[in-house]
Design a protein around this ligand. Structure first.
Ligand code: FAD
Length: 392
């Protein structure tokens, strides 16, 4: 990497996901010399679509990437809500989905957000793929890091943007078990080229304790399986497709065809749905951002927006407190923590009311709400029912 130190200092970012790349962009623009290390061998572009909104939307506007995100938008599709026999129980029109968000919202493939951030970095920040951190030590003046390639480097700031299973958190703050709360659910997402039920709408099939969603992502599709696991450890010790098949193979409709489709694909994402709760996101010169710090779990649909919003604000406070990392990190956390915590609460409510209703009765209630939503009053009621946070 370049040895020329930029005026604000040297920063190491661990993880090149949405949090890591947006932090890299923001710090690079703020005069930092930035090195990013990413454990995967190349950019991880998979996933399904994301509702990009709120603090993320505002930050993207300030960072100048909003026009690219708008270009990358997918059309909002009606969602056909099915029961486990594949019977159509409700149509959730695209316009009602948008109204529910209650704020400007983009419907973008997750991978596109990463690509747009990478393009915005324009090769100006070095990203070392296939690399992670092995150790971090720090004193008042510097953090010393040993990378997995054996290189030892000194940084003014180390940023853990390495997701829910953060190694930076583990090295500096303590074991993951102290901070992670599992909902007891598993999420597996596949990207496939063919969709046996490609009818121009999104399909969402719900049963008690399980859900399957098939969505179009431009020229390809995502197939998302979500289920309450009765044996989280056992499921995680099994390969992803075996776990998925075990939980979904009894279903009719297009499920057998979808299972055949994903059987030969590698999953883009697989893991328990969890939240990370920490009393503080920084220690000295080491700070966590994105899922590493405040993972809200899939149910709020806000992870990417929070990652970009948090990164932008971090860049901001570092500019406001030049040379005083402690003051900057304190200000950042004071401002951002209430936002992240309120989204975590929204995720906890959304899990039962929308994603995994606990009974057939609750599923029917949700279908009724979706059928009647459409005017201002019922949309407001639906927002309350699903725990969707209103923007400030
Ligand atoms: C491939 C993928 C697909 C996803 N799909 C969806 C989706 O469809 N819907 C959804 O709601 N959310 C999805 N997510 C999660 C979503 O992207 C995040 O919740 C949100 O964007 C916040 O991102 P993050 O950068 O904090 O964490 P992440 O997106 O988890 O990114 C963390 C990055 O750090 C890297 N990393 C992890 N450990 C290390 C290490 N020890 N050293 C170096 N690098 C490391 C990872 O490879 C990854 O690139 C997905 C995440 C990934 C990685």
């Amino acid at each position: 990497m370049s040895t020329q130190r930029r005026e604000a200092g040297r920063a190491l970012i661990v993880g090149a996901g949405i949090a890591g790349l947006s932090t890299a962009l923001r710090l690079h623009r703020g005069g930092w010399e930035v090195l990013v290390v990413e454990k995967a061998p190349s950019s991880r572009s998979g996933g399904t679509w994301i509702s990009f909104r709120g603090v993320g939307y505002q930050a993207a506007e300030r960072m100048g990437i909003l026009p690219r995100l708008v270009e990358a938008q997918l059309p909002w599709e009606d969602i056909h809500m099915l029961d486990t026999n594949g019977r159509l129980r409700a149509v959730w029109p695209a316009a009602t989905q948008l109204a529910l968000m209650n704020e400007p919202t983009l419907h973008v493939p997750r991978g596109e957000i990463e690509s747009i951030l990478l393009d915005a970095l324009d090769g100006e920040v070095k990203i070392e793929y296939g690399t992670t951190v092995s150790s971090i030590t720090q004193d008042d003046s510097v953090a010393e890091v040993v990378l997995s390639n054996g290189v030892r480097e000194r940084f003014d700031l180390v940023i853990g943007a390495d997701g829910v299973n953060s190694v930076v958190r583990q090295l500096v703050f303590g074991p993951e078990a102290e901070f992670r709360t599992d909902f007891g659910d598993l999420l597996a997402i596949y990207n496939v080229e063919r969709n046996p039920v490609d009818t121009g709408v999104e399909h969402l099939l719900s049963g008690v304790g399980r859900m399957l969603a098939v969505s179009r992502l431009g020229d390809s599709f995502s197939v998302l399986f979500l289920w309450e696991s009765t044996d989280l450890r056992g499921d995680l010790a099994t390969d992803v497709f075996t776990s998925v098949r075990r939980r979904f193979e009894d279903l009719g409709w297009a499920v057998p065809a979808l299972l055949r489709e994903v059987e030969t694909a590698s999953s883009a994402y697989y893991g328990p749905v969890s939240q990370i709760k920490m009393d503080t996101w920084s220690q000295g010169r080491v700070v966590l951002v994105g899922d590493a710090a405040w993972c809200t779990g899939f149910y709020a649909g806000y992870g990417a927006s929070l990652a970009v919003g948090g990164a932008d604000l971090l860049g901001d406070v570092l500019e406001r407190h030049p040379g005083d990392i402690t003051a900057a990190l304190r200000a950042w956390e004071a401002e951002f923590r209430p936002i992240a915590l309120s989204i975590q609460a929204q995720a906890r409510r959304g899990r039962k009311s929308f994603f995994l209703p606990p009974s057939e009765f609750a599923i029917t209630l949700r279908m009724i709400f979706l059928r009647i939503a459409g005017n201002a009053v019922t949309t407001r009621l639906l927002r309350l029912f699903m725990g969707v946070r209103s923007p400030k």
